[in-house]
Design a protein. Structure first.
Length: 255
């Protein structure tokens, strides 16, 4: 909530300090958003499933279901329910050698995409668990399947922010003052990120075209009449502040 409020406040006051060349804005993306993208892009089979290593016979495959994300020590952990079936079709029927049920957990490292418009979750390792959640040692076949058939969308999940970034660019371009008839907004990109509890904290970098300072011009010297008027105004200001400070001091003593 604090990062969201900071982001909104910064956006609202950007026109006030857009004389800067670069502004960095904090933003938090909940892991639930990444889960939704993962289910839509990768786990798009029946019941939010992903099947691979399937030889087409229905006798051999590895199927993952119901992905959930959690953060741990700056990394992301993806856990799914899993079924590994190893068999062969004989005389029109499956001769099943192994039918394993459990859970698979994948270590994923969050990173910024090269174009600065997306968050990447790169799979760096995995482990197996029994249905009750305790560690499990499974056959090498599962490891071989993961090495050979792990889909690109699970090896590296891309959460694209190009559309919201483009909308923010249009919004800021309309808000910011124009410089010689052109928008001062140059680009918006993700500078860096950090996995935190239930969210990924992102810092957005907003670049502006530098303002060209106008050439200084010499001011004409004040006339004697203008100097006298300025002295009178300064005396009035001095008298006002002296009176105000005295009143405040008197109120303090009365309290």
């Amino acid at each position: 909530m604090r990062r969201k409020a900071s982001f909104i406040l910064t956006i609202l006051v950007l026109p006030c300090f857009a004389a800067a060349d670069t502004v960095v804005v904090p933003l938090s993306l909940p892991l639930s958003h990444f889960e939704s993208v993962l289910r839509e892009q990768t786990f798009s089979g029946p019941g939010t499933s992903l099947r691979f290593g399937d030889d087409g016979s229905g006798c051999q495959y590895l199927e993952l279901r119901q992905p959930t994300l959690a953060s741990n020590g700056g990394e992301i952990r993806l856990r799914t329910n899993a079924q590994a079936r190893l068999g062969q079709k004989v005389a029109g029927r499956c001769l099943v050698l192994s039918n394993w049920f459990g859970q698979l957990e994948f270590d994923q490292h969050p990173a910024v995409a090269a174009d600065g418009k997306a968050v990447l979750l790169r799979t760096t390792g995995w482990r197996a668990f029994k249905p009750n959640g305790s560690p499990d040692t499974v056959a090498n076949t599962i490891g071989q399947w993961l090495d050979a058939y792990l889909p690109p969308g699970l090896k590296e999940t891309r959460i694209d922010l190009a559309q919201p970034v483009a909308e923010l660019e249009r919004f800021l371009a309309a808000m910011l003052p124009q410089d010689a008839g052109a928008s001062r907004l140059r680009s918006i990109r993700i500078r860096d990120l950090q996995a935190e509890a239930e969210q990924i904290a992102v810092r957005m970098e907003i670049d502006f075209v530098p303002i060209q300072a106008p050439a200084p011009r010499a001011e004409p010297a004040l006339t004697s009449t203008e100097l006298a008027q300025l002295s009178e105004r300064l005396d009035a200001v001095d008298a006002f502040f002296t009176f105000t400070i005295s009143e405040l001091a008197e109120d303090g003593r009365n309290d």
